[in-house]
Design a protein around this ligand. Sequence first.
Ligand code: G3H
Ligand code: 13P
Ligand code: ZN
Length: 312
Amino acid sequence: MPLVTTTEMFKKAYEGGYAIGAFNVNNMEIVQGITEACAETRSPVILQVSKGARAYANHTYLTKLVEAAVIENPEIPIALHLDHGPDFETCKSCIDGGFTSVMIDGSSLPFEENVKLAKRVVEYAHDHGVVVEAELGTLAGIEDEVNVSAEDSSYTRPEEVEEFVTRTGCDSLAIAIGTSHGAYKFKPGTKPQLRFDILKEVEKRLPGFPIVLHGSSSVPQEYVEMINAFGGAMPGAIGVPEDQLREAARMAVCKINIDSDLRLAMTGTIRKYFAEHPDHFDPRQYLKPARANIKELVKHKLIDVLGCNGKA
Ligand code: G3H
Ligand code: 13P
Ligand code: ZN
């Protein structure tokens, strides 16, 4: 099937109490690892591309890689999404360039400016058959070059969501309930806990409306230890407990964004490979196990965290 929007995926996910995985793609091995896992588990999937990914790999290369994945895996629904669109122009470029979904991230703007920007993107996107994710509330962590400190992050205010969704016409809403970007989400020794009270309140005010969670990597300690054992230094890297993500997926959360976990799997595997094969220099030799481990990790997420296996 051709690329799809997220409309049907989210409707089924909401009703079925599961979530769709949104995985960031930057190169061929990542696209292949993710989509092979989805095909084997018959899972719908969102492949997302950030501004940084477009700067690194180029829009055409990325869309053509995703097009190849669509051809190779005709039985699974795949959406191509712009992650953290920073402005109208970037969203327009992705809408014109074949994406089926875009995020406009005006979360750092004052409410009225966020509404104005999101509404402008929604109007253009909807005219072109593309859906829009917007965001209210700010996450801590690093997105592209923007580093938001924990002090500057703020939870979504449930009393604002109805007005925001009604005025912008957005198709899904990313909210801040304690997740954050990157590999250092919680202080070592503290108990990671998402704010399910905020999620419940949002769900009550927007019944049936798809909610998105960013910053939802669980930072598998297996890969943190692998990185540290083979020359890396990532002390205190901690993610969101997977049981809390599964709980969110049973609620109104229909899209869960995972990027850092894939990066950890790739980096850990390559570090280990180099340490064990110091004389190897063919990129295919070390990228092959990295791709295989991304695939295994994504399968685990689809089955044990998102619950979207068998839903394609
Ligand atoms: O939220 C950000 C994603 O992890 C993408 O990261 O901007 O480094 O491509 P990036
Ligand atoms: P992580 O850094 O937790 O993987 O979050 C990814 C994300 O939210 C992409 O938009
Ligand atoms: Zn994000």
